[in-house]
Design a binder for this molecule. Structure first.
Ligand code: FAD
Length: 258
């Protein structure tokens, strides 16, 4: 199978760099084809702006979704964006790997999403009407593909537990897992999180990489997170509210897990 790792750490000799190398070795040894988009090494442009749309008329007010749509539809995207889209289409599974920075992904990775997930490609697809709100949340360009986050965090696991001061990791990752990955159709696996990452030693590193290997072995068989699909009857149309009676006993973001 084809696997794309999108790697967002500036230092190849970091813990993240070591985990990335381990993933490449493990996946390759298992017979997969692996590509790495190493965003810092590629000098990835992190900001979405007018330079992304060279075919737009000079001096015209920049309307980003429209410009994104036109560039995607007419093949006028910048080559770096088009290449990442090709890689995504090639992949059967995509791994986003990053250190948790300010409770989210590093800016360079967010910028990769903003630029690569173009209108007409990853959003704004399918029928938009009173009956239907497009192909998203379980449908879309990446339907049938798998995605997983591999991340490291300085904080303790307890700090990210249900009553932990940072808030549950599952909630913090919701915008990425549900909003960025499930939205354009990926089946999203539970994340692989290394807590207390700065307190590492050889023994811990061995245990962590063994666990990571086990997760990678199950990349194509593990049950994905059961996020509710938009177009399968759980939501009222067109308000897109979860129907009364569903999600009993759950609140907040958990409502969207079946
Ligand atoms: P590194 O610093 O490279 O390494 C961590 C440890 O692993 C070191 O002790 C290193 O010696 C060891 N190590 C590296 N490679 C190996 C190897 N091959 N074998 C054995 N040991 C090894 N944390 C949070 O929890 N929440 C936040 O919101 C948050 N925000 C942050 C914001 C910023 C801007 C920054 C810089 C940090 C933030 N942190 C936060 C901490 C951050 O998540 C961790 O510093 C990061 O995850 C550590 O990963 P790294 O790859 O950079 O580790």
């Amino acid at each position: 199978m084809n696997i794309l790792i999108v790697f967002a750490h500036p230092e190849p000799r970091s813990l993240n760099g070591a985990l990335r190398d381990r993933m490449v070795a493990t996946l390759t040894a298992a017979g997969h084809d692996v590509l790495v988009s190493d965003l810092y090494a590629q000098g990835w442009k992190a900001t979405l702006d007018g330079a992304d749309f060279p075919a737009e008329p000079e001096g015209a007010r920049l309307q980003l979704t429209d410009a994104s749509h036109r560039a995607f539809a007419s093949g006028a995207q910048t080559p770096d964006v088009a290449e990442e889209q090709r890689r995504l289409l090639w992949a059967h599974a995509v791994i986003l790997q990053f250190p948790l920075w300010w409770f989210s992904m590093p800016a360079i990775l967010k910028g990769w999403v903003e630029r690569v997930f173009a209108h007409g490609f990853a959003y704004g697809v399918g029928e938009h009407s009173d009956r239907r709100w497009g192909d998203r949340y379980g449908e879309g360009v990446f339907a049938g593909k798998r995605a997983m986050l591999v991340l490291t965090a300085g904080g303790w696991v307890e700090h990210y537990a249900e009553r932990g001061i940072n808030g549950p990791m599952d909630d913090l990752l919701f915008p990425i897992q549900h909003g960025i990955l499930f939205y354009p159709g990926f089946s999203v696996l539970e994340p692989f999180v290394v807590y207390r990452a700065e307190r590492m030693n050889e023994e811990r590193f061995r245990a962590i990489t063994t666990d990571l290997d086990r997760r990678l072995e199950r990349l194509f068989v593990e049950e994905p997170i059961p996020y509710r699909r938009q177009n399968h009857g759980d939501y009222e149309i067109p308000s897109m509210r979860l129907k009364e009676g569903l999600g009993a006993g759950k609140q907040g973001l958990r409502l969207h897990r079946a």
